[in-house]
Each structure stands twice: as structure tokens, then as C-alpha cells.
Design a protein around this ligand. Structure first.
Ligand code: SAM
Length: 210
């Protein structure tokens, strides 16, 4: 993985845990892209002394065409389920074609995502996400179709006048990890790592031809 002076792109960066790590690895330019300006502002604040970090506000399908020419990017990361926010498998194929076109020879794509193909039943559909003394976050899953699941986020936030519940919901794609590998191959990339971690989050890494 080329780092010094190279370019890395973090799609769906949020407040930028991967953007900051890539900057600390020594990439000359690291672009964090996200649809949330609030999270990008947080990234800018966290990145204060890292001159390599840039932000790009917009959809993840717009970032690569807008910031990079063919073969100019050394690393693309899209982590922690961001890929599953795409609207369908055609969009996943467009995304993989864009990555394949923008990666330099030997460049790397890193994806991490959950396998949501197995349908959870009954109370197993309610999942703890994270909590601390002021915030409790959980989600409930509704299976709409073989292609998508609706994620209902329930966040209790403690304020001076008690606990308040915030609700939101959005669809996520149900991508079978091995089907994703076939699509990555079809986009002309070579998968070099494909396995779940101990929490069930899959990591799939692919390289552009040398
Ligand atoms: C689960 S978070 C992951 C954030 C970060 N990569 C991490 O590991 O903490 C998913 C991120 O993707 C962003 N996102 C969702 N849909 C997107 C889209 N279509 N284009 C760009 N970003 C998107 C969300 O705003 C959110 O910051």
C-alpha cells in the first residue's frame, strides 16, 4: 500500500475514524466524504493538525468522479455498513466500477459491512448498539424484502428533565458477502481478504491489477 504522497478516500467517513488513521499512516491527501455536514464538521475539528485531511460533502457515488481522475487513488475505504446505505445492487455495481477506474495499479479497496441476509425473528430483531450513562442506543429490524431491511434506530438521551426518545429509520441492503465478492471480481478487482471478525462484521479487501 503506497502511503507517502499518495491519495486515500474514505467514503461514508462520519466523524472520520478511518480518515484520521489514514492521515496518520502518512497519505499525502485523505478525502473524507459524507452526506452529513455535521459529521464532516466534527471530522474537521478532530483533524486540526493533519494537513492531509480534506472533506467532501455529498453522496458516496459522487465523490470519486468529482475528486479523482482515472488511476489516481491509492486506497478507497468504505467501512462499517456505509456500502449498505446504497439504494440497490445496481448502485453497488456503479460504486465498484468507479472504484476500479479510480484506483492506481496495485491500489486497495477496503469494505467492512454486516451480512444482513439472515432474517432475525421475534425479540432477536431488537439489537443493542451502544450505551453510556447519558445515552442508550438500540435498533429494531423490519425485513421488507429479500433485498432490504428497515433499520429503526431508538436513542434515549438523558437531559436535565429526564430521558427523551429519538426515533429514525432507514433502509439497508442485504448483501450476501460471497455475492459481493463476485461483483468485485466482475468490476475487475482481485479480492485478497474476505472474512468476518469476531463481532460478525465482514471485511473484504480487494486490489487493482499491478
Ligand atoms: C455507520 S456510519 C460509518 C462512519 C465511519 N466510517 C465509521 O466507521 O465510524 C455510516 C456513515 O455513512 C454516511 N452515509 C450514509 N449514506 C451515505 C451516502 N449515500 N453517501 C455518503 N455517506 C453516506 C452516514 O452519514 C454515516 O456517517
Amino acid at each position: 500500500m503506497r502511503s507517502e504522497h499518495g491519495m486515500a478516500v474514505d467514503l461514508g467517513c462520519g466523524p472520520g475514524p478511518q480518515t484520521l488513521a489514514l492521515a496518520d499512516m502518512g497519505f499525502g491527501t485523505v478525502v473524507g466524504g459524507d452526506t452529513s455536514q455535521e459529521l464532516l464538521d466534527e471530522l474537521v475539528h478532530l483533524a486540526y493538525s493533519r494537513s492531509a485531511v480534506r472533506t467532501h460533502h455529498g453522496d458516496l457515488l459522487d465523490v470519486l468522479p468529482e475528486i479523482a481522475g482515472s488511476g489516481e487513488v491509492d486506497v478507497v475505504v468504505c467501512m462499517r455498513d456505509t456500502l449498505l446505505h446504497l439504494p440497490g445492487m445496481d448502485a453497488v455495481d456503479s460504486f465498484l466500477s468507479q472504484v476500479s477506474a479510480s484506483l492506481a495499479a496495485g491500489g486497495t479497496l477496503v469494505l467492512t459491512y454486516r451480512d444482513l441476509t439472515r432474517q432475525l425473528e421475534g425479540t432477536d430483531r431488537f439489537l443493542p448498539v451502544r450505551s453510556d450513562e447519558d445515552r442508550i442506543m438500540l435498533c429494531a429490524l423490519d425485513y421488507d424484502s429479500p433485498e432490504t431491511v428497515t433499520v429503526n434506530d431508538l436513542v434515549y438521551i438523558r437531559t436535565s428533565d429526564g430521558w427523551h426518545l429519538h426515533k429514525s429509520s432507514y433502509p439497508k441492503l442485504r448483501i450476501a458477502p460471497d455475492a459481493l465478492v463476485a461483483r468485485i471480481d466482475a468490476a475487475g478487482l482481485t479480492v485478497t481478504h474476505h472474512a468476518p471478525d469476531s463481532n460478525g462484521m465482514w471485511a473484504t479487501v480487494a486490489c487493482a491489477q499491478q
